[in-house]
Design a protein around this ligand. Sequence first.
Ligand code: AMP
Ligand code: MN
Ligand code: MN
Ligand code: MN
Length: 288
Amino acid sequence: MTQQPLIYDLHCHSNASDGALTPTQLVTRAAEYGVDVLALTDHDGTEGIAEARITARDLPIQLVAGVEVSVTWGANTLHIVGLNIDIENSQLQNGLTALRDYRRGRAVEMAKRLEKAGISGAYQGASQYASETMLGRMHFAQFLVAAGHAKDTRDVFKRFLVRNKPGYVPGDWATLEDALGWIHAAGGQAVIAHPARYKITATKLRRLIDEFKDLGGVGLEVCSGIQHGDEIRHLAALANKHQLLASCGSDFHSPEQSWTELGKISPLPASVTPIWSLWPQPETRKPA
Ligand code: AMP
Ligand code: MN
Ligand code: MN
Ligand code: MN
């Protein structure tokens, strides 16, 4: 009898950042959708991990502690996923705390800019959707939809909160060096998240990969959500060319966004080396 390959989903969000589900709901849903190994990777914080771990203990799923760190690289905002991190590490936690402090100041500024565009009460409004620690653009998006300024969150990210639109504040996040330093201090592996989503040229992406590797980064997210085969082949070739390990994750935020469902990720091409080749083989506790 041939064994089914394990399903890895190494990128998703709970309501500890800008996801809709609690860590318990998220892990339970992932198990229902057949995920064998799940990394919870909330933006700039690890508050959801403890609860996710407890929930995973009673389900046929293994939890990997992760985080998605916001980085400013030149004029670009990038996301670096850290996997297998020690969430007790103080260097990591100090860094993440600074990023969340920055988020609060940015949110005040975003609200000010929305106010100038005639939209008041955005800070309070966005806070209603956010956890105590992490305030992000998704929470502003939820407020803007509820207040009738946009039809859905996708519409918000076209008309507000992005360059040249009301509410936009250019990011001033961690440096690439700091982000990788924190992840490595916590014993984790660094992965460039959703590389196809950055609006950078191929030359710049190669430069990013070179810098990332010089800093000890090891992974590239080859599959992110549901993607075209061409994009996957391109990213797989890039990973192999630069000797990076391949990661994959849904980037799930909410059950309402069906294009990023937990575990619904194209399989990694056979040509790449998965990042989990570094890890011990997980126990599969699924009933045979
Ligand atoms: P922030 O880190 O607060 O700047 O917010 C970034 C988050 O906003 C991403 O992780 C997504 O959850 C969300 N986001 C950004 N762009 C879009 C988009 N075009 N459509 C839907 N959500 C988006
Ligand atoms: Mn998000
Ligand atoms: Mn991201
Ligand atoms: Mn993400």
